[in-house]
Design a protein around this ligand. Structure first.
Ligand code: ATP
Ligand code: MG
Length: 232
């Protein structure tokens, strides 16, 4: 297994409060890593640190052998890192077509997004903010399909969506990982994320409660989660 992203002793927080208390995480290349945990565990905080949106207070981050801490957020993006944030990161006042063109940055063709999400192809002139929640999340995922990142960070893409829409999005993510994209997928415990994952990390109050393969989670009681994880 080649490690794409290596995180060692990661500490970060907001103001006087430390949220991440020294995390060690290895993200394998070309595979899907699920990062699970209850509300407030620090999942979004961790993705923000990796993307360079929040400073690292202690620890080391290495991306394909390079010291990530030395790269600005835009340098990380140019090197192929892409974060789809919790609130989707689309431009609600612009049309679907304008959003897609901004994501594509004038380079790549939009066909992969149109074929993955035909419903969007029929709504190119519609204002993105007036799309349904599921359609907005498809638009956010379209950015991934036109950019083809090397390291993809996805924050709760299925939040609040109908199971059918969530499954469509997860299928796209699974295909990307299958095609060699390194994916870090933040989600709830009980979701398709677990089914797709090669490696799972569970975060609780800024510390790791589990690290291993999804099968090892079966039957375990997890922090902030009622009941035990059932076999997928
Ligand atoms: N900008 C901020 N300023 C201060 N505290 C923050 C800020 N953002 C997050 N926090 C706090 O950091 C902790 C971790 O939040 P974070 O958003 O990383 O959790 P999460 O695991 O993504 O949760 P969720 O599943 O609800 O999205 C929470 O206690 C939260 O209140
Ligand atoms: Mg979050």
């Amino acid at each position: 297994m080649t490690v794409e992203l290596s995180l060692r002793g990661i500490r970060a927080g907001y103001g006087a409060v430390e949220i991440l208390h020294g995390l060690d995480i290895d993200v394998p290349a070309g595979a899907l890593t699920a990062l699970l945990g209850p509300n407030g565990a620090g999942k979004t905080t961790l993705l923000s640190v990796v993307a360079g949106l929040l400073p690292l207070r202690a620890g080391e981050m290495s991306w394909r052998g390079r010291d990530l801490g030395r790269l600005s957020p835009d340098a990380r993006a140019r090197a192929g890192m892409l974060l789809v944030p919790e609130r989707r990161g689309i431009f609600p006042a612009l049309s679907v077509r304008d959003n897609l063109e901004i994501f594509a940055a004038g380079v790549i063709d939009l066909e992969p997004a149109h074929s993955a999400f035909p419903v969007l192809a029929q709504r190119l002139s519609q204002q993105a903010g007036s799309l349904s929640g599921g359609e907005q999340q498809m638009l956010a995922m379209s950015r991934v399909l036109v950019r083809r990142p090397r390291l993809l960070l996805l924050d709760e893409i299925s939040l609040g969506l109908a199971p059918r829409v969530a499954r469509l999005l997860f299928d796209v993510v699974g295909q990307l990982a299958h095609d060699g994209t390194t994916v870090v997928l933040v989600d709830q415990y009980l979701s398709d994320a677990l089914r797709l994952a090669d490696v799972v990390y569970v975060l609780s109050r800024g510390e790791l409660a589990f690290a291993g393969e999804p099968g090892e989670l079966t039957g375990k009681a997890l922090p902030g989660f009622v009941g035990r994880v059932r076999a997928g």
